[in-house]
Design a binder for this molecule. Sequence first.
Ligand code: GDD
Ligand code: MG
Length: 367
Amino acid sequence: MQALILVGGEATRLRPLTCNTPKSMVTVLNTPFLEHVIRYLSGHNIKNIVLAQGHLSKPMEDYFGDGSRFGIKLTYVLESQPMGTAGAVKNAEQYLEPTFMVLNGDIFTDLDLTAMLDFHKARQAQSTIALAPVEDPTAYGLIETSSGGRITRFLEKPSWNQVTTNMINAGTYILSKDILKRVPAGTPFSFERQLFPQLLEAGEPLYAFPSNSYWIDIGTPEKYLKLHRDMMRGEVKGYQVVQGKVVKIGQSCNINPETQIVGPVVIGNNCVINRGVKLFGPLVLGNGTVLGEDSVVDSSIIWANTQLGMKVTLNECLIANDCLLENNTTAEKTVIGDHVTISRNSKLGPGSRIWPPTLTPAAPGKR
Ligand code: GDD
Ligand code: MG
């Protein structure tokens, strides 16, 4: 079986983390998100993978190459302009098998793809769409079904007064290549707003595959942080971790032995943790993180090569690569892009987003 992963979106809701990094390459437990997805697909024996790329394609190619390092075959298909979800698949048509899967590139799930494929074959379906229950369907594509499991209605991003079910399009499809005949070439086209409703209108057999599997779209800072929290607390199959324990410390770290650590915490390679630091999980420190004396980091994700000065306090923050947070900075629920310097004594948040490169004005006080 072959899978195409849609990795070309602009990821505006995750900015500034995604100013230089495509959404599929943001790290989760210090590993690119897409690597977690590829390992999941491999686990279902799906090793022929097409990446439908848009902007920021190079980081993926540099990391995954031809896929052989991960035991898979990777084909990259690049769009010259955003083609929309169905347009991106049309653009890759020449590489696709008669039946293939499509995955949104920002979904993490342990959905049983093998069972979904069996379901699709048993019904001789043309399209099967995985459904997931959510608390707030307004951020997703609502899907209504009949008692026989046939899809009866699509409603993308409904308002609350339009909500009739909590089941939404989970962003995993099994499709027959025939349906691409209905997608115009060279122009943006959407599965959710155009192709699927048109197939329904034409009476084609569209089936829903509902499940209660773990499911999350990492497209917002809150959800990106939640995936880490869930994985580290052992709520995601394959990521069993004991609450309260330090999970993992990388190589060549220099950690002051008196550091107070309340896990779960993942620490990358070459990290330096100075005297008096307190870490409260769930927390991830990327490779080369340096934490200054008496800093306190709580429930945050820090990517690679970021340095905190003395007495920096972070709570529920997301910090990209190569940042410097000078002494006495405090930040809460703040997202910081690459290469940002935050001047000493700054107070950020909740909800601040600092774009790269930014220098906040220095407040009076000692460094
Ligand atoms: N190649 C390419 N080109 N990929 C794209 C494009 C494009 O023009 N536009 C979006 N994508 C990719 C994104 O990178 C992402 O992986 C996926 O398609 C879905 O796009 P999002 O922008 O994340 O959509 P969404 O989350 O608002 O809604 C979609 O996902 C929901 C589930 O999370 C819809 O499919 C909803 O119906 C669904 O419920
Ligand atoms: Mg999404």
